[in-house]
Design a protein around this ligand. Structure first.
Ligand code: SF4
Length: 499
């Protein structure tokens, strides 16, 4: 079975911005942090926030201290004022596209216009929008509700940003035909439009659709409704454990999409679980995949790559101890990769749950393997001479410090605590580390010719840069799909220019 991941699956700009803002606040401030209502409609993200001691308040207390973050949906202006009056510092993470609708409503409500909102009156975004309508706002979630409204002398028509496109088209068409003096605004978010259009197309092209996301999330539910509306089997799940494989047994290809509040790690996890389930049906394939996963997780494959590249670079430079150099590079890369994965177990719980679990369960063995290989690499480099040893020692310290919080709060203003928080640092560090062990160490040990060293160095860093910049650190079929998607996207945008 083929699994196609939707290009638009996952966090939209507004949700990503709100999540970033609350996580940023948790590193910058010592005060307690709350969100006013659930930050997003996704149980796993809410659990992650609670683990970081970011809790939510549902009602505004008379008195309070700390920081309250207003979520992407926005709130009525009265609530924002009440939060401040209660003593909270307010961070407004309302999505800019929702803010635009609030501004439109505010401007026209001030002039006495009635406000018609195509949306669910109980949805937090609509509740927030109605707050700007000065008591003359009307939410309609069906054509019947629209017909039931009285005629207004002056009115504006807007939509909840995640509203179903075809429903709003009907609302607009009716208003143009029966109340042409109403001012109509297109306020459905582009991200919602694209997501809905893509799922319609994918449902047509594939045999079944899986929609991942919170059951409370309106936009996720709408995606599932749109997919089901095409007549293809469509399932809405919060977690891969809910998949009913019987329903999908006849499908040759399945489209996988997710709502705007579904983080990437859940999409990735769902993809991997479906892939694993499919592999279990073929014992040989399953064994091969298990072996591949083991080599990837333990970083043996990456270290073998480093060894091979070093051997090739040594040959290019005309060195004499090619195997010795290759072994040093293998041991260094193995040790650094394992140690950094061990340090990153906490953050990997969300981005790479399988890897985090593997490292947690095998922590002791992996520590032993990392220390032994690191020590052996240093010893072998010492045999090549003191300069080689020193270079490898420096690269080892740099590699080890990547995940550790070594930057003082005052320097990074609380946002940058470790080298990994510096944008682009991963690529630069990996490229320089690999360039050093694959090229410079052999050159230093064998006193290589400058020109051949430069050629080998460019060859090595070029390859490593390409791998690091274009592929994420966990190669898999899914990564392949992403790369394919990126190339397809690039081609679609530039084909006219190229041809
Ligand atoms: S769906 Fe659009 S409007 Fe709503 S939060 Fe996301 S980006 Fe903003």
């Amino acid at each position: 079975m083929k699994i196609v991941i939707a290009k638009t699956a996952g966090f939209c700009m507004g949700v990503r911005r709100a999540v970033d803002m609350v996580l940023d606040a948790s590193t910058r401030y010592q005060d307690p942090i709350f969100t006013y209502g659930p930050l997003i409609h996704n149980p796993q993200v809410l659990q992650m926030l609670e683990e970081k001691h970011i809790f939510r308040i549902e009602k505004i207390p008379e008195k309070g201290t700390g920081i309250v973050l207003i979520r992407a949906h926005g709130v009525p202006p009265q609530d924002q004022a009440a939060l401040k009056d209660a003593g909270f510092k307010v961070i407004n993470a309302t999505c800019p596209r929702v803010l635009r609708v609030q501004v439109i409503i505010n401007r026209y409500a001030k002039k006495g216009y009635a406000v018609i909102i195509a949306g669910d009156k109980d949805h937090p975004e609509v509740i927030g929008l109605l707050g700007y309508a000065r008591g003359n706002g009307h939410a309609v979630d069906s054509m019947e509700a629209l017909f039931a409204l009285p005629g207004f002398e002056n009115a504006i028509v807007v939509a909840q940003t995640t509203q179903n496109l075809s429903f709003y088209d009907e609302v607009k068409a009716w208003c143009r035909a029966h109340a042409s003096h109403y001012r109509i605004f297109d306020t459905i978010c582009g991200s919602t439009e694209k997501r809905q259009a893509e799922i319609r197309m994918l449902a047509e092209e594939n045999d079944a659709v899986i929609v991942v996301g919170g059951k409370d999330s309106g936009n996720t539910r709408r995606l599932a409704e749109i997919a089901a509306g095409t007549g293809k089997p469509a399932v809405h799940i919060e977690d891969a454990a809910e998949i009913d494989y019987e329903t999908l047994s006849q499908a040759k290809s399945v489209a996988l999409t997710a709502g705007a509040s579904t983080p990437n790690w859940i999409i990735t996890d769902t993809y991997r679980k479906i892939e694993n389930h499919l592999q279990k049906r073929h014992a040989v394939k399953a064994g091969l995949y298990f072996f591949r996963d083991f080599l990837l997780k333990t970083n043996i494959l990456a270290s073998a790559g480093a060894g091979s590249l070093t051997y090739a670079c040594s040959k290019l430079q005309g060195n004499g101890q090619n195997l010795h150099h290759a072994l040093v590079a293998m041991l260094y890369v193995l040790s650094m990769q394992i140690l950094n994965n061990l340090f990153a177990i906490r953050s990997d719980r969300y981005n790479h749950p399988k890897r985090a679990l593997f490292y947690k369960e095998n922590r002791t063995y992996l520590w032993i393997l990392a220390v032994l290989s690191g020590g052996a690499g240093l010893y072998l480099s010492f045999l090549s001479g003191p300069v080689s040893f020193l270079l490898l020692l420096i690269m080892s310290f740099l590699g080890l410090s990547y995940n550790l919080k070594i930057i003082p709060l005052s320097v990074g203003k609380g946002r940058i605590a470790s080298i990994k928080d510096i944008p682009g640092s991963k690529t630069i560090l990996i490229v320089s580390a690999w360039g050093t062990v694959t090229c410079l160490l052999p050159a230093v040990a064998d006193h290589g010719n400058l020109l051949s060293v430069a050629a080998a160095f460019l060859f090595a860093v070029g390859l490593v840069f390409g791998r690091t910049a274009f592929l994420i650190s966990w190669p898999s079929r899914e990564t392949g799909l992403r790369v394919k998607k990126r190339f397809r996207f690039f081609w679609e945008r530039n084909k006219a220019l190229i041809s």
